[in-house]
Design a protein around this ligand. Structure first.
Ligand code: ATP
Length: 517
């Protein structure tokens, strides 16, 4: 059957993104939090299908990190931690974003995002030049050589380098006056008002705090964790000792994190309450770069194993390193609003364990039986936002198709292993014993797979509903099923139907949801 996506050439990225957010709401994936009170900025709830998709992503990550690695174990630390944790980690003093307001639109921005967007625009010009040249030179085009020799491209690249060097240097030195000056000199305007009427740049701490204790007087200020990693560091020795772990080993964790983001737009990309999936890998000092490279490749492999094309991903190596890192890279994904960070891989040295050792006065060393030495291990971290991964998967899966009979359908081409339901069980009619037969099949398959039973509406309508939530298989029970114990099974993407034995269903589904290795 002829199918082709109809959205790509016809609508722009913004409209496409709007379609995804409204589809997510309409089909029970993501709702604005407390919507009956008009919602809460940058906070979202996951609906009946969203919760399944999110669970499946979390499980897919957990399996690959914990179940498939002998030397990685998982924990579940509390959100609240002793407040000194955040002093030691540097979050109290340094977990800031530089903010700037436009006096005319009264809109608030992150100064670093304004400058990075400006650099991305120049990068866009380079890409345009390259596209043009590619067309001109055809097969003989050598992109590397062109980048290194074309004067216009070189000039753009120089501009980016100059901006980046000065900007990150100013941030590093906390020279906020120069950050503002640079924004003015670059002629960056507010996207809403179009004006350059900016306030001073200020630092803003992103941690949420609350009070612990029953009386306000005696209450202690504590923080909602801005990352899950510190719960791993604080438990490092507990796990190492009780699990008799030997270096190198990892501790994984998934859980909520909270950040009072200055600019919280773009749906679930940047939320104030979100979930992280993090793994801290403890290694011998001096071996961290080897493991850093290893985890960079491993994590990219994990993404590709879902069958999402490689061109949707790219690495971005950091020039400006966080206070704790000696190497860092992002895995960026091509979201509907461009390539943005999806996951971070950081070589965190012994910064965190060293700081906790100092602030707590407790030794956090590892005795290495091979070298007979005690030392604080180094750490390589992989940190991915579950909600961002959800958005990546959803936006890649959303497809509008025109079929050869002239009709259209919206289908979520989710990786089958992540789909909320693996199969829909659909009796062709609500009579003649078909529902009973269908429920027998449901009871059987339910043991292993999330299935959805539906008998309302014409079969075509039911197919469309399941296309829209990404169910890989629709299983239809008809009169023949009663005679010979066969059913038709319809595949979501090709819409092809096949008659198969009921006893083969579980095997067919299992094969389908096996990840690409
Ligand atoms: P960004 O530069 O986009 O603010 P970050 O570099 O501060 O992100 P990290 O501290 O490295 O992010 O956090 C690790 C991961 O957690 C990120 O790669 C991202 O997937 C996720 N994450 C961070 N902040 C948010 C947020 N506000 N909403 C959703 N996910 C987030």
């Amino acid at each position: 059957m002829l199918q082709f996506p109809i959205f790509a050439p016809m609508i722009n990225q913004e409209d496409f993104f709007k379609k995804i957010t409204s589809h997510a709401k309409e089909y029970g994936f993501v709702f604005p939090s407390s919507e009956i009170y008009d919602g809460l900025s940058a906070v979202y709830d996951y609906g009946q299908n969203g919760a399944e998709l999110k669970n499946n992503i979390r499980q897919y990550w957990w399996k690959s990190m914990v179940q498939y690695h002998e030397n990685i174990v998982g924990i579940d630390a509390a959100i609240f931690m002793h407040p000194t944790t955040w002093k030691a980690s540097g979050h109290v003093d340094a977990f800031n974003d530089p903010l700037i307001d436009n006096k005319d639109s009264k809109k608030r921005y992150r100064a670093d995002v304004l400058v990075e967007d400006h650099m991305a625009k120049i990068e866009g010009k380079i890409n345009k030049e390259i596209e043009k040249a590619k067309k001109r030179f055809g097969d003989t085009f050598d992109e590397k050589q062109y980048r290194e020799t074309n004067p216009r491209v070189l000039d753009y690249q120089q501009q980016i380098n100059d901006i980046s060097k000065r900007f990150y240097q100013s941030l590093e030195n906390n020279d906020l006056d120069d950050v503002k000056k640079q924004i003015e000199e670059l002629g960056i305007v507010c996207p809403i008002s179009g004006s350059r009427n900016w306030t001073e740049v200020r630092q803003f701490n992103l941690m949420f705090s609350t009070k612990m204790g029953s009386t306000a007087d005696g209450a202690n200020e504590i923080y909602l964790r801005p990352e899950t990693a510190q719960g791993i560091f604080a438990n490092y020795l507990n796990v190492q000792k009780t699990g008799r772990m030997k270096l190198p080993f990892g501790i994984a964790q998934t859980g909520k994190a909270f950040r009072n983001e200055i600019v919280a737009r773009q749906f679930i990309f940047r939320m104030r309450e979100f979930e992280q999936m993090e793994m801290q890998f403890f290694v011998r000092p001096g071996e961290e770069m080897k493991w850093y490279e290893y985890w960079k490749q491993q994590r990219m492999q994990w993404h590709l194993s879902l069958g999402i094309p490689a061109e949707k991903y790219r690495f971005h190596d950091h020039e400006k390193l966080a206070h704790y890192a000696n190497a860092a890279a992002d895995i960026e994904f091509d979201f509907p609003f461009g390539f943005k960070e999806l996951e971070g891989i950081h070589s965190r040295t012994d910064f965190d364990l060293g700081a906790h050792q100092k602030f707590s006065g407790k030794k956090l060393q590892y005795f290495d039986p091979e070298t007979n030495e005690s030392y604080v291990p180094y750490v390589v971290e992989t940190s991915i936002g579950l909600d961002r991964m959800f958005l990546a998967v959803l936006s890649h899966a959303y497809t509008e198709e025109k079929l050869d009979d002239g009709s259209e359908r919206v289908v979520l081409k989710l990786p089958p292993v992540l789909a909320p339901y693996k199969a829909a069980i659909l009796p062709l009619m609500k009579k003649d014993g078909l529902p009973e037969k269908a429920r027998e099949i449901l009871a059987e398959l339910q043991e292993d797979f999330m299935c959805h039973y539906e008998e309302k509406d014409a079969i075509g309508k039911r197919y469309r509903r399941h296309d829209a939530i990404g169910t890989p298989y629709c299983i239809t029970i008809d009169h023949q099923s009663l005679e010979d114990n066969t059913v038709t099974i319809r595949e979501r993407d090709t819409m092809q139907q096949e008659r198969v034995a009921i006893t083969d269903l579980a095997t067919i589904i299992r094969k389908k949801i096996k990840p690409v290795k």
